[in-house]
Ligand binder design. Sequence first.
Ligand SMILES: [Zn+2]
Length: 573
Amino acid sequence: MATSTTRSVILVKNGRVYDHAGDVHLPPVADLLIVDGIIAAARAGIAAAVGRGETLAELGTRAIDQTIDATDKLLMPGFVNAHYHSHDVLLKGCFETIPLELWLLSALPPSYPKRSTAEIRARTLVGALECLRSGMTTVQDLATIYPFDEGHLEAILQAYEDIGIRCVFALQFTDTAGAKSIPFWEEVVPAERRGALAGAVEPFQGVDLPKLLRDIVTSQRRRHPRIALALGPTSPERCTPALLQDLAELSDTEKLPVYTHLYESRAMTLIARQTHAAEDGGSLISYLKRVGLLTPRMNLAHSVWMLPAEIDSIAEAGAHVVLNPVGNLKTRSGVAPIRTYLRKGLRPALGCDNCSCSDAQNMFQSMKLFAGLAAVSQPEPGPPTAADAIWSATVGGARTAGLEGQIGALQPGMAADLSIIDLTDPSFVPLNSVARQIVFTEAGRGVETVIVDGRVVIADRKVTTIDERALREEVADLMKVLRRDVEAVTRRTNAMLPYLMEAQRKTWQVDIGLNRYVGNATTEIFSLAPARFFARFRSARGNGKSLRGVRKRPCWTAIGELDTVGQARIDWV
Ligand SMILES: [Zn+2]
């Protein structure tokens, strides 16, 4: 049973109420009674009974504080953004589609000077607002605060509390330098330039990490019923076994979900093959199992480059997979084996990932890609259906939040987290199937009202809890500094580009046992490399030994070799 601090009674009347187990195409018209933040009843006839002056068992002597007329509207369970980062919200639109490893350097906090507390609060609010406006009522924020600052942590949590979205917060951390976990970075980048290399997060300096994590749990876990906590090791290959074993214990004793990135890109998979060959057979799933983290509380974001045997282990352990199809495309990371997950009984949750790599907090986009991406290799019809996508975006996310049975469906006893969507919008005219039009047609335009924890936080498309105009003005002001920093980081990353691209190409040359690109993407890495690039590379390195073994071979030779690898090992959805 969900809990809430909201004290009011809301009646939402005469709307179509989406029920995962009911008619998902034409949900029947019904009323929803919300008492103190919890759905007390969802059935037809409540409004009529109230109109006749009858006493409702669910209401007792309480009066209705607010009635929302949902005629010609749809009541949807609030979406759960199961993988999100608030730290780069203000960088949306700053980058083209670039490989993950280049984007890491360009967009993430360790590459930037320490931010102001005002910026931290503003970006958290903007991100949460974007989520709310597209019908998300819960966000799972795996946030990097680098360098760590208690005031910044407080600013983030207070922002979530103030705007009124439900949040599962996980501080992102590591105890290994980022450069060590990207294949060939340390090998190809000259020592004097390695200072510019960083990962998604770097080890906190002068901080006792296990103690910090326990302190956060102790001080923040009962902060507010809408804010829960999780643990956020950035990715297994960037954490030592000792740290992960400690986390497994903490997760177990405190019953905390764990959020981590797994096999997002080909490079992340290769590093696992290279560094975990001895004890774990090159498998991060085996590594997680060994340190005690492969449990039902483990949530594996991305899981693009996953081997079939590893999927079996995840299913066996009851761990969860969180797919982020939009971000995976924008970072050129490949396509997750969606059909294989479904076939093996795993029902993924969905996330929208970073604002600078997706670049939208929009679950409609994620659902549509989730439902459609299997087509890159599967011409025959089959799952996921539109209703499957909605389930993943709601119930699937609730499971990863540790809130299964509390959010994700509009059932009595569950938290009143929902959106009200206008069915007179062109997206729903004519209304043939709610589930299909939500997934394939709607883009978020129809989201009118959003209720979280029984509190109306978006009314008539406007946020009720904060001053949106003042926030906009503050962001405009903050961007004067941030924009200068973005330009400086971009200049630094561009100067490193020849080395980074050499590392990419070296990565491509190694067989990692599977392929998550359509056809033979490996051809492009060679055939699209312009002569101009090589000239630039040579002048940058000046030692003439760059791209050894690759540059000297005709393209077709390299393609032929990799082609064989791709076709022999391909594991398509
Ligand atoms: Zn992420």
